[in-house]
Design a protein around this ligand. Structure first.
Ligand code: ATP
Ligand code: MG
Length: 387
């Protein structure tokens, strides 16, 4: 009996060429992820709506199964067994019934090819076979276990265990973008959300030496590392030193605008960097109303700083609880809550403006001739770290 990993990308809305591109992306991503995790002894087969992977070693199959949670764009993944008739699966199914002390079951069949028998006939045949061998009962309403089969012309596939995959478009199928990554909970989730819309991401974080500790940098690196598990092509981690800017602005006549000005500086530096590197979007983790810089007025003033390219804020209408749920699901939450001081917390005024005016922000910026040069300098000195 053949045992393999069955990955379904299911009944996609995508048609024609798109569907093919989509499945090629998935196929490549799966191969890359397996190789990255030192799994090489397998054969893989790409079909219209599924990918099948057979491993030489059982251990490798289970390792691969664990990794499938990092593949975006699949609806389910399962351990599947292939045989000719129900008798071949009997030991396996009876073993499971005994082990989990199951009292009731039902059989579900998906017919994948035209067959002589109807699905109903096959269901009865399978159920009868099991009923004869143990004292388990049939319960079609609330069974302890649903036994899933797929019926083909010349074979029967038993889906032993099935898991929900991460829905979305495969990262990289829609172009490259830059995420402004902080050590908070939100920006890693924003990054993930946009990966799942098919973007391949690099990361940019602003640090404020000498105030930014190594611990804070390590934290950001670990977030980028975790997010990279979802990308076929590893994203690059960049750091920009914002200190020359904050040192200069600290002397302006009102510190109530500090955060707004710093955010505008982030965006200006990111814009220049995106232009140079060819990113098609800048992504942030802003969520409306969360903090002073996230009022609608503040957002207006901040976003005016962008020259190129477009800016995506996938969390703008999402509340914190939902964001935290995603963060937990993708494995960034535990990293985000590690205590390491935040760059901007060192520059937060006592009484930040919540309804800033664009004219005022521009006035402060214009009162200092050096700022454009400083922005340019920060951009020129962006450095990269391995994650
Ligand atoms: P997060 O949890 O992502 O830090 P937040 O709710 O704390 O978000 P802010 O701190 O106001 O909100 O940041 C809003 C967005 O600005 C962040 O989601 C991130 O995209 C970007 N950002 C903030 N600080 C930095 C930083 N030091 N480096 C890079 N990007 C940053
Ligand atoms: Mg933050």
């Amino acid at each position: 009996m053949n045992k393999y990993l069955l990955i379904r990308y299911g009944e996609l809305i995508l048609k024609g060429k798109n569907r093919n591109d989509f499945s090629v992306h998935l196929y490549k991503h799966i191969n890359t992820l397996l190789k990255r995790n030192n799994l090489s002894k397998y054969s893989i087969n790409r079909g219209q709506t599924k990918i099948e992977i057979k491993f030489n070693e059982d251990d490798d199959l289970y390792k691969a199964l664990e990794l499938m949670k990092y593949i975006i764009g699949i609806s389910t993944y399962s351990i599947a067994y292939e045989g000719k008739s129900i008798e071949e699966f009997q030991d396996l199914i009876l073993g499971k019934i005994k082990e989990d002390e199951l009292k009731s079951f039902k059989v579900e069949i998906k017919r994948r090819q035209k067959t002589k028998e109807s699905t109903y006939e096959k269901k009865v045949e399978i159920a009868t076979n099991i009923l004869k061998a143990t004292d388990i009962k049939v319960d079609v309403i609330k069974p302890d276990i649903t036994l899933n089969f797929e019926l083909y012309k010349d074979k029967l596939v038993y889906i032993h265990e099935q898991f929900m995959g991460k829905e979305g478009l495969p990262p990289g199928s829609n172009g490259r973008a830059l995420v402004l990554l902080s050590g908070g909970i939100d920006s890693p989730v924003a990054a993930y959300k946009m990966m799942a819309r098919g973007l391949q991401l690099d990361f940019l974080s602003f640090e404020m030496p000498p105030n930014t500790s190594q611990k804070a940098v390590d934290k950001i690196n670990s977030l980028a590392h975790q997010l990279n598990k979802y990308q076929p092509k590893l994203g690059k981690m960049y750091y920009a030193n914002i200190t020359p800017f904050t040192d200069e602005v600290r002397h302006s006549y009102t510190d109530r605008y500090n955060i707004i000005l710093m955010r505008r500086a982030y965006i200006k530096v990111a814009s220049l960097f995106a232009q140079k590197k060819g990113y098609l979007a800048i992504i942030t983790g802003d969520s409306l109303g969360q903090v002073a810089s996230q009022t609608i007025e503040a957002q207006n003033v901040i976003k005016q700083a962008i020259t190129y390219p477009t800016m995506f804020q996938p969390l703008i209408g999402i509340n914190k609880k939902e964001i935290i749920n995603v963060a937990k699901d993708i494995g960034t939450y535990e990293l985000s809550i590690v205590d390491a001081e935040d760059t901007c917390s060192l520059f937060v005024p006592k009484n930040p403006v919540t309804k800033p005016r664009l004219e005022t922000a521009l006035l402060i910026e214009k009162s200092n001739d050096l700022l454009p040069e400083i922005i340019e300098h920060i951009h020129e000195n962006i450095r990269r770290e391995e994650v």
